[in-house]
Design a protein around this ligand. Structure first.
Ligand code: XMP
Length: 326
C-alpha cells in the first residue's frame, strides 16, 4: 500500500540511483506537477538541481512572486527566473490565431530554456559536462493519454515541459509517472510545499496568452489579470475551489458591446467565466455555481475593471467545447 511518505522514500532512492552525482535541470512552470517533481529531486540530490522559471509575462497576478517566494522558501531550491516578457510579447504581436499563438509560445519557451541550459553549463565550469538530466512532472494520465504521442487527437498543441524537443539531449527524470493528480498533491504536502502551490488548479502552459480572444498585448493582459484575480478571490471566498476543476476567465478583446457605467455610455469588452467540473480534463461539465457568487463576481469585475462592461457565463460541456477557448 502506498502512502505519501512511502512514495517519497521510494522516489528519493530511485532518483539518487538514476542521477548519481550528475547535475539536473527542471523547468518550473508554477504548477503543481513541476513543483512536486522538483521538490522530490531536491530532496534526493540537493543542490545538484537547478530550477528554471521562464517568465513569459502570461502568468496571472502574483504567480511569479509565488514561485520565487513560497516555493524557494519551502524547498531551498536554486532557482533561475528568466524575465522574458518582452520577447514573448514581441513574438505574439499582431497574432490572433489560437494555434499560431500556441506554436509561438512553445517555440520561444524552448529557445529561452536552451539559453538557460547553456548558462547553467557555463556557470558550472568543469562540472558543466555533468548537466545530464531533465526533470519532468509527467503524471500517469499524461502517459496513458498520449499513448506515446503528444496530443494524439491533435485538438490543440499543448505546451508545457512535456513539449520540450528530444534533441535537448537530456535523460529524463520523471518521479511522478505512476501517480494521479491527487496523489501528487499528497506527496507535495508530505514534502512541505505550501498549500497555495499544492492546491492549485490546472493552468495551461501558454497562460493568459490563450485566454485573450484577440491580440495578446500588455494592455489586454492587464485587463484580464485584474478580472481573473477578482474571480479567483471570490471563488475562494465562497469555498468553491474544491468543487471546480478550474475556472478560466476569458477576455473577448475582439468583441465590444454597449453598456452604461457610472454616468455614461460605455463600449467595453466582455469577459467569460468558464467554471468546469472534471475528473481528468478529458471531459468536463460546466459547474452550476451559486447565483450569489456569480453576482458578486460580475458586480466586482464591472465596478473595478473599467474596460469591462459585461460578464457572461459559459454553459457548455466538453465535448462539444473544450475547457479553454483557444
Ligand atoms: P482543453 O482546453 O483542451 O484543456 O479542454 C484541457 C486541460 O488542459 C489544460 N491546457 C493545457 N495545459 N499546456 C498545459 O500544460 C497547454 O498548452 C494547455 N492547454 C490546455 C487546460 O487548462 C485544461 O485543464
Amino acid at each position: 500500500d502506498w502512502t505519501p511518505s512511502s512514495i517519497v522514500d521510494d522516489q528519493v532512492a530511485l532518483i539518487r540511483e538514476q542521477v548519481g552525482s550528475a547535475r539536473v535541470i527542471c523547468a518550473l512552470s508554477g504548477g503543481v506537477d513541476s513543483a512536486v517533481a522538483a521538490a522530490l529531486v531536491q530532496k534526493a540530490v540537493g543542490d545538484q538541481l537547478t530550477c528554471v522559471h521562464v517568465d513569459h509575462g502570461l502568468m496571472r497576478a502574483g504567480e511569479v512572486e509565488q514561485i520565487e517566494r513560497d516555493f524557494v522558501a519551502s524547498t531551498g531550491v536554486r532557482l533561475i527566473v528568466r524575465d522574458e516578457k518582452e520577447r514573448f510579447l514581441t513574438a505574439l504581436a499582431g497574432v490572433t490565431d489560437p494555434e499560431t499563438k500556441r506554436k509561438i509560445i512553445g517555440r520561444e519557451f524552448i529557445r529561452v530554456f536552451e539559453d538557460a541550459q547553456r548558462q547553467i553549463i557555463k556557470d558550472a565550469g568543469e562540472a558543466g559536462e555533468d548537466v545530464k538530466f531533465l526533470v519532468q512532472g509527467t503524471l500517469y494520465p499524461d502517459v496513458v493519454e498520449s499513448g506515446g504521442g503528444e496530443g494524439a487527437a491533435n485538438i490543440k498543441s499543448h505546451h508545457n515541459v512535456g513539449g520540450l524537443p528530444d534533441d535537448l539531449q537530456f535523460e529524463l527524470v520523471e518521479p511522478l509517472r505512476a501517480l494521479f493528480k491527487d496523489e501528487v498533491r499528497a506527496v507535495g504536502r508530505e514534502l512541505g510545499i505550501p498549500e497555495e502551490i499544492v492546491g492549485r488548479q490546472p493552468f495551461p502552459g501558454p497562460g493568459l496568452g490563450i485566454r485573450i480572444i484577440g491580440e495578446v498585448t500588455e494592455h489586454n493582459l492587464d485587463i484580464l489579470r485584474r478580472a481573473d484575480a477578482i474571480a479567483r478571490e471570490e471563488l475562494t471566498k465562497a469555498g468553491l475551489d474544491q468543487e471546480i476543476w478550474q475556472c478560466p476567465v476569458v477576455l473577448l478583446a475582439d468583441v465590444r458591446s454597449v453598456g452604461v457605467q457610472g454616468d455614461g455610455r460605455t463600449y467595453g469588452h466582455p469577459v467569460v467565466l468558464r467554471p468546469v467540473s472534471s475528473e481528468d480534463a478529458m471531459t468536463a461539465d460546466w459547474t452550476r455555481l451559486p447565483y450569489e457568487t456569480l453576482a458578486v463576481i460580475s458586480t466586482r469585475i464591472t465596478n473595478e475593471v473599467r474596460e469591462i462592461n459585461r460578464v457572461v457565463l459559459d454553459v457548455t460541456s466538453k465535448p462539444p467545447a473544450t475547457i479553454e477557448w483557444e
